[in-house]
Ligand binder design. Structure first.
Ligand code: ADP
Ligand code: ADP
Ligand code: ZN
Length: 212
């Protein structure tokens, strides 16, 4: 089962990806997490992407596609994978198709822009594994510490309100067209992101024809 999670920043892609990893026993590939890891390692890629990411702009397609193509070719992806945050432009979607990356379902998690700011101000992410929490809606068991790996929870620099607004603009300008693209090939599934985390999880399982 090869899935794409599509949705605005804060729609719940990362949170739902974590639940799907458990349920479907397939890995998630989060380009945001991979790029943040590259930045914290101080790698060449990390240096190249920092200004874009801090400013809430998309990283150039070729930088992202390189790491994705490499990742989906790894053995643990042979039974399926969840793409979280990629593709994000029409060009990225076309390159995945051209490379023969098969996609079964594209789940668009839908939410109004005005709900997103509250989500982002309360978001905390693990600096080590990238797991996403919320101070009210989805707190970690111990404050400031990741349940999954014990890493320290931090606030993302690009979750500042003005950067979130920029990211929403970028979503509407560059990413939302992907819904039409995947609707044409009959792969688009729409679920509401404006409900409980568990409710959204159930709707996704139903939408992809998995056992709830
Ligand atoms: P969110 O899930 O909140 O939208 P992500 O962690 O997916 O955020 O992405 C954070 C940032 O990483 C983006 O604003 C962008 O700079 C960069 N990024 C992640 N994935 C991609 C991608 N597929 N193409 C271009 N830039 C990306
Ligand atoms: P994305 O990966 O799409 O940017 P996240 O999964 O990181 O989104 O979720 C953004 C923030 O909203 C996080 O703080 C997360 O804990 C919280 N969140 C996710 N889903 C829900 C939900 N259904 N209801 C309330 N808060 C949520
Ligand atoms: Zn962690």
């Amino acid at each position: 089962m090869n899935l794409i999670l599509l949705g605005a920043p804060g729609a719940g892609k990362g949170t739902q990806a974590e639940l799907l990893i458990e349920k479907l026993s397939i890995p998630a590939i989060s380009t945001g997490n991979m790029l943040r890891e590259a930045m914290s390692n101080g790698s060449e890629l990390g240096k190249q992407v920092k200004t874009y990411m801090d400013g809430g702009l998309l990283v150039p397609d070729e930088l992202v596609l390189g790491i994705v193509a490499e990742r989906v070719a790894q053995p643990d992806c042979s039974k399926g994978f969840i793409l979280d945050g990629v593709p994000r432009t029409l060009a990225q979607a076309e390159v995945l198709d051209a490379k023969g990356v098969r996609i079964d379902h594209v789940v668009s998690i839908e939410i109004d822009d005005d709900v997103i700011e509250g989500r982002m101000t309360g978001r905390r992410v693990c600096g080590k594994c990238g797991c996403s929490y919320h101070i009210d809606a989805n707190p970690s068991k111990t404050e400031g510490i990741c349940d999954q790996c014990g890493g320290e929870l931090v606030i993302r620099k690009d979750d500042a309100p003005e950067t979130v607004r920029r990211r929403l603009e970028v979503y509407h300008e560059s990413t939302e067209v992907l819904k039409d693209y995947y609707a044409k090939s009959g792969k688009l599934r729409i679920v509401s992101g404006d409900q409980s985390i568990e409710g959204c999880h159930r709707d996704i399982l139903e939408a992809i024809g998995a056992e709830v």
